[in-house]
Ligand binder design. Structure first.
Ligand SMILES: Cc1cc2nc3c(=O)[nH]c(=O)nc-3n(C[C@H](O)[C@H](O)[C@H](O)COP(=O)(O)OP(=O)(O)OC[C@H]3O[C@@H](n4cnc5c(N)ncnc54)[C@H](O)[C@@H]3O)c2cc1C
Length: 354
């Protein structure tokens, strides 16, 4: 319901409210716009805003969102960080106002597999059908897929707790969650395509290989990861970032230029990436080396020639952790791009589960 203004409040009793006010405003300043004056602060994130006021014994939060998802995200973000920073004080958070505890989160959808097919030898496209998908067209490219245990026909899904965080099913109903990108969305028909990189026997990969028409899967989102406005783009990623790069590219306006560098194993893993702007695309081939073990991507990023005037530049990258660290350092320290001119994200990490 875009345009609707929803809000909720929570008074959280804490021994040192001002200390936590400082911690919270410092933390959120890294992720959005924060103002602080005396005992009060205002936190504006892409999906909503919150004001916070400290008195002698508590913090009073007012969270606001333009829709149910925005408000739910705001409550979730505040609760997560209060509970993390003040974990030794064991604070109790109970939101009052819009968005009821015990209900299915507004950012959750139950989806059913429509079809699954390989679009390259290493990538499988799973098409999912669900209701009410318009909110997934904006506000981020990514979703979490929630895989129910294979032997369960009637999965349980998360519900919203009174502190605003989801309460997850446990025991036999425990879900496995992995992050993916919506490659295509047709909200009118209730369809999304998720392109999943296949690699040995991991939960996400195995789910994609076994996905069968009618299977149930949970989906939460949307979440961050989009490119900002610019007139010259460098888009760089490995196989896992092809869906995001593809989606960013096809929405770029005609007048911009995009330099694109993508690491895959071999030419067989390349795929068409339609765009209406000028694109300089180079596929980098690992030729049998394990993903995440080469410096192909970071070398290609460093070799890309940027315009002399960097004010219109945006660098977007999604890749394995080692390449992510190298590219982020290069973009921040060597290119000195401002925060709003780059988004470099670790999509996966060798040896770690997602
Ligand atoms: C914002 C975001 C968007 C993403 N979008 C996509 C997407 O659209 N499509 C997609 O396929 N992935 C995407 N990813 C990456 C994906 O979430 C991870 O690759 C995730 O680890 C896959 O889960 P899994 O169950 O297959 O493997 P895990 O159980 O998470 O990992 C098991 C083992 O496999 C290794 N591993 C994980 N991924 C890979 C890989 N790609 N190649 C080789 N080894 C790997 C891990 O290092 C670990 O050792 C995205 C990640 C993020 C953060």
């Amino acid at each position: 319901m875009p345009g609707t203004h929803l809000s909720a409040t929570a008074r959280v009793v804490l021994p040192t409210p001002n200390k936590y006010l400082d911690q919270l405003t410092d933390y959120f300043a890294e992720h959005g716009r924060v103002t602080k004056s005396g005992n009060a602060g205002c936190i504006e994130l892409s999906f909503g805003r919150a004001t916070v006021k400290a008195d002698n014994q508590s913090l009073l939060f007012t969270a606001e969102g333009e829709d149910e998802t925005g408000l739910a995200y705001m409550k979730y973000a505040i609760a997560n960080h209060v509970l993390e920073f003040a974990r030794n004080d064991n604070p109790k958070i109970v939101w009052v106002g819009d968005g009821a505890a015990g209900s299915i989160p507004p950012f959750f959808r139950e989806m059913r597999v429509v079809s699954a097919r390989n679009i390259t030898p290493s990538m499988r496209r799973v098409t999912l059908r669900g209701r009410d998908l318009h909110r997934f067209e904006r506000g981020g490219l990514h979703v979490h897929l929630l895989f129910p245990p294979a032997c369960i026909d009637n999965p349980q899904w998360p519900v919203i707790g009174e502190d605003g965080r989801p309460v997850w099913p446990d025991g036999d109903f425990k879900l496995v969650s992995r992050v993916y990108t919506i490659r295509n969305i047709d909200a009118e028909r209730g369809l999304v395509d998720i392109d999943i990189v296949l690699h040995d026997g991991t939960p996400g990969s195995a789910w994609a290989l076994n996905a069968d028409e009618g299977d149930l899967v949970g989906m939460t989102g949307p979440g961050g990861g989009d490119a900002g406005e610019a007139d010259w783009y460098l888009l760089a990623g490995d196989d896992t970032a092809i869906p995001a790069i593809g989606r960013i590219l096809e929405r770029l306006p005609k007048h911009v230029k995009a330099v694109v560098r993508i690491e895959v194993d071999s030419p067989a893993d390349e795929q068409p990436l339609p765009a209406s702007c000028a694109v300089d695309l180079v596929w980098l081939h690992r030729r049998g080396s394990q993903p995440g073990t080469t410096t192909l991507l970071q070398d290609a990023v460093k070799a890309a020639e940027l315009p002399h005037d960097r004010s219109g530049v945006f660098v977007w990258s999604g890749c394995e952790f080692a390449a992510f660290k190298a590219i982020r350092n290069y973009v921040r320290k060597d290119l000195k791009l401002r925060r709003e001119q780059h988004l470099v994200v670790s999509y996966w990490r060798q040896g770690f589960e997602g």
